[in-house]
Structures are given as structure tokens and as C-alpha cells.
Design a protein around this ligand. Structure first.
Ligand SMILES: *Cc1c(COP(=O)(O)O)cnc(C)c1O
Length: 483
């Protein structure tokens, strides 16, 4: 295969893909506010139409996506996203309404927001919800800001936030960004929160515990109600990272477990394509005690019509412009409606079944540090393969040769050499069996042909890359001007 050059490298001066007709009006000499019009964009590639089409089509064919095959990145929920969601989000009524339009002209949009808020509250067992945050991590920060606002108003601003060592990496970052000092809570041998350690660390100076549930081992926190009791007894809040709600949806509700604040990733559980920086949405749902602090504006219903309510003096303010990522919210509504209550339940059932099918099918070939039954994902390690000098990186790279996207690697940190696999609920048994076969083949190759694995991938345009070099010395700008 040929390496596809950068578009700048195929640029030839004077080539055009498209030309505009001759001006039949006077040429503008300067644009709005007297700013000069650029006669040329420096370094802009000059290519013909066929060159553009081939360039981007070739690049797209080198890309891997969930529409090609299994994408088992743990903690990412790379499920197949039904195309009907896209169709609904592309309806002109949605795409053409202006974010600054007066509320009485966008009643339909506001109804969508309200419906999604209400459904999420119902699904999560919470009292109120904001759809503003643009991602899970921003939802976490928003949730922490709500907690801080409440503690401050009570005249008791606290100092610490507890985060278990099995939490998602964004949790301690969000607490830190909100000005809290993070303290780690240990996991027990089953991979869940160590209650004794929690009780010891949970003092009157702790604002909240942030718990990822199911945690990053894919294990449900069986003692979540006891955890809530311990946290509440000292006046703290229980924050739950619900990014991976596909393990729970329709089956149980965080609100019923004593959770006070929760964020949900619409782009994971409620089916919007993500990764590569695509738009996300990280709604935050709260119990009524935290409702006054939610971001403004809130969608309110006044005299039979929807309105935007800004008159909320205790609010933390805005966390995102306009309504959040509206298209993602529309897709979530399309997904919820197309599945219905029974379909939503089936998400959790099949997500858990698929992950456990993989876990049991591969537990002779790959080491499992934690044998506790898991929900939507399972975490193997490279311990068996290390004997032959093979690491989780070699296994991940070899998977690419077999046409499968590698799983999440070296995370969670409490499993050394981790391979974190989340098949999601959308995979058929046939596709799961194929993946299991490939993983078994690689386990055999580790014994018999370790050199082959160490040099993988062999079937790709670029081979083993210097990832450290790329991270330390990134080339972010094309320096050479095109000829
Ligand atoms: C994906 C994920 C996040 C972060 O969500 P983003 O939308 O990427 O910011 C947080 N927690 C968990 C458990 C996740 O899986």
C-alpha cells in the first residue's frame, strides 16, 4: 500500500477544483468594518477535484470505524449508532432553527430539551437535569461546581474530594479543576471500594465521593447503598460517574441508590458517534437539594408554553453556550423513542451478556486479575503472555492485522498490562465469536511466534510507530510552502 501524502504535498500552483463565475457586480475592496480582504490564503493547497476526492476517500478507507467492525475500547461504549438518529437530527426544523431565536418561535426545540431532561430523570431516578455540558468530563466539573455552590451556601466550604483508585481518570481531574484536593480510596480484593478505607477518610472536611459505577473494572459497586450512607453521615454528597449507563439503563436507578449527582454520556449510552473529537453531551442529573444551582437558562413551562428561565439567583451560571450540543440531544431522543422502555432494558441486558461471554470465553487464554463478575466490560492483563516477552501493546498491535480495533490498554492502572474490553450490546454472537477466535490465535502466536507479534502490525500502511516520539515532539504545522 502507498502512503497517502499530505494534501499540501500534492498541491500544484494554479490547480482548481472549482471556479466561480465572473463577477457581475463591482469587486468589494474591503470587507465589513474596513478589514482587508485576503487575496490569497497563505499555504492553501491547490488541487483538482479528482485529487481532493481521491485524497479524502483513500484516507477514509484507511480509517477504522464502528460501521466496519467491532470497536472494543473499554470505558468508551463504541456501539453501533442507528442511522435513524442521524436522519431525525438532520430534519430542517432542527438544523435551521437559530440558537438566538426567541423562545416562542422554537417551541419544538424547547420541548425536545424538556423531554430529554424528563426521560433522563426518570431513567436515573433523579429530580432535575441540565443538558448543557458538552462532554462527560465537563459534566463532572459541572457536578462538582454544584456541590461546591451548595457547601459554600451552607457556610461550610469543604476541602477534599475522595476518588477510588478504580475511578475513571477524568474524576480526580474534574475535582482538582474545581479547586478540591483529591484523596484516593483503595479498592478491596474484589475490585470495589474498600468500605473501611472510605469510612476512615470520610470526614467533615470531605465535600463528596466521586464514584464510577460500574467502575473501570466493569464491576458494579455492590455496596453502593452503604457507601451512600457513609458519605451522607458526614454531610458529603455522592457523585456518580454514569458515563457507562448502558450497563444499568432500565434495570436500576442511581437515584434509588443514594446518588446525589450523576452525569450521563449521551454520546455513549444514548448513541451518538463519538471519538476523534466529535460532539458529545454530558447531562448532569441531581436530587432536588442541588436543583437551585443548576446552570441557566432552565427550560420552564409557563402558561402552556415553553420559556427560558434566567431568574435563578443561586445558579452556578452558564457552562456552555446556547443549549449545549443540541444535535446530540435530538439523537438521544430519537434513540429513546425508537427503543421504548423494553428496548432500553435490553441495552443493559445484552451489554452485560456480551461482556461476560467474552470474559468467560477468554479466561483460559488471558489473565484476569479480578474474578468478580463484571457488567459491561472486562479487564484482562498480559500476565500469561509476559512469559514469552509479549506485552499488551504487542497484542493490541497484532489485533490491527486481523482487522479489529484494539481494546483500551494499560487502564485501569490497578491492573498491570491491562486490556480493557467493552464489546457493547450491539455486537452479534457471530462477531463476538470471531473476535474471541482472533484473541485465541494471538495467545497461541505469543507462544509460538513472539517475534511476529513484536513487529506487528504487518498489514497496515504504517508499522509500529514511535508513539513516545510523536507525543514528545509533535509536528503540528506544515512548514514547507507548497510549490
Ligand atoms: C468516557 C468516560 C468519561 C469522560 O467522558 P468524555 O465525554 O470523554 O469527557 C468519564 N467517565 C467514564 C467512566 C467514561 O467512560
Amino acid at each position: 500500500m502507498i502512503r497517502e501524502p499530505l494534501i499540501f504535498e500534492i498541491s500544484d500552483k494554479g490547480k482548481r477544483a472549482y471556479t466561480l463565475p465572473k463577477l457581475d457586480v463591482p469587486e468589494a475592496k474591503d470587507a465589513l468594518a474596513g478589514l482587508p480582504i485576503r487575496p490569497e490564503i497563505p499555504g492553501f493547497p491547490q488541487v483538482s477535484e479528482i485529487e481532493i476526492v481521491r485524497h479524502f476517500t483513500r484516507l477514509s478507507q484507511q480509517n477504522y470505524c464502528v460501521d466496519i467492525g467491532l470497536y472494543p475500547l473499554g470505558s468508551c461504549t463504541m456501539k453501533y449508532n442507528p442511522k435513524i438518529n442521524e436522519k431525525v437530527a438532520a430534519l430542517p426544523g432542527f438544523t435551521e432553527s437559530h440558537p438566538l431565536a426567541p423562545a416562542d418561535t422554537v417551541q419544538g426545540d424547547l420541548e425536545v430539551l424538556r423531554l430529554v431532561e424528563d426521560y433522563l430523570c426518570e431513567i436515573a431516578g433523579m429530580d432535575a437535569c441540565t443538558l448543557q455540558p458538552a462532554a462527560g468530563a465537563q459534566g463532572e466539573l459541572t457536578g462538582m461546581m454544584l456541590i461546591r455552590a451548595c457547601h459554600e451556601e451552607r457556610g461550610d466550604p469543604r476541602k477534599y474530594v475522595l476518588v477510588p483508585d478504580s475511578a475513571h481518570g477524568t474524576n480526580p481531574s474534574s475535582a482538582h479543576l474545581c479547586g478540591y484536593t483529591v484523596k484516593e480510596v483503595k479498592s478491596n480484593e474484589g475490585g470495589t471500594v474498600d468500605l473501611e478505607d472510605l469510612a476512615r477518610q470520610m470526614t467533615g472536611e470531605v465535600a463528596a465521593l466521586m464514584v464510577t459505577n460500574p467502575n473501570t473494572l466493569g464491576v458494579f459497586e455492590y455496596d453502593i447503598c452503604k457507601i451512600a450512607e457513609i458519605v451522607h453521615a458526614k454531610g458529603g454528597f455522592l457523585y456518580m460517574d454514569g458515563a457507562n449507563m448502558n450497563a444499568l439503563v432500565g434495570k436500576c436507578r442511581p437515584g434509588d441508590m443514594g446518588v446525589d449527582v450523576l452525569h450521563i454520556n449521551l454520546h455513549k449510552t444514548f448513541s451518538t458517534p463519538h471519538g476523534g473529537g466529535g460532539p458529545g453531551s454530558g447531562p448532569v442529573a441531581v436530587k432536588s437539594v442541588l436543583e437551585p444551582y443548576l446552570p441557566v437558562p432552565r427550560v420552564a413551562k409557563k402558561g402552556g408554553a415553553y420559556a427560558l428561565d434566567y431568574a435563578r439567583p443561586r445558579s452556578i451560571g452558564r457552562v456552555k453556550s446556547f443549549y449545549g450540543n443540541f444535535g446530540v440531544i435530538v439523537k438521544a431522543l430519537a434513540y429513546i423513542w425508537s427503543l421504548g422502555p423494553d428496548g432500553l432494558k435490553e441495552i443493559a441486558e445484552v451489554a452485560v451478556l456480551n461482556a461476560n461471554y467474552i470474559r468467560r470465553s477468554l479466561d483460559k487464554d488471558y489473565h484476569l486479575k479480578y474474578t468478580t463478575p463484571t457488567l459491561h466490560e472486562c479487564v484482562f492483563s498480559d500476565k500469561f503472555q509476559k512469559e514469552f516477552g509479549i506485552s499488551n501493546l504487542d497484542i493490541a498491535k497484532r489485533l490491527i492485522d486481523y482487522g479489529v480495533h484494539p481494546p483500551t490498554m494499560s487502564f485501569p492502572l490497578i491492573v498491570h498490562g491491562a486490556l480493557m474490553i467493552e464489546p457493547t450490546e450491539t455486537e452479534s454472537k457471530r462477531d463476538l465469536d470471531q473476535f474471541i477466535d482472533i484473541m485465541k490465535t494471538i495467545a497461541r502466536e505469543a507462544k509460538t511466534e513472539p517475534e511476529l507479534l513484536k513487529a506487528a502490525p504487518h498489514q497496515t500502511i504504517v508499522r509500529r510507530l514511535d508513539e513516545t516520539g510523536a507525543a514528545r515532539n509533535p509536528i503540528l504545522k506544515w512548514e514547507k510552502s507548497p510549490t
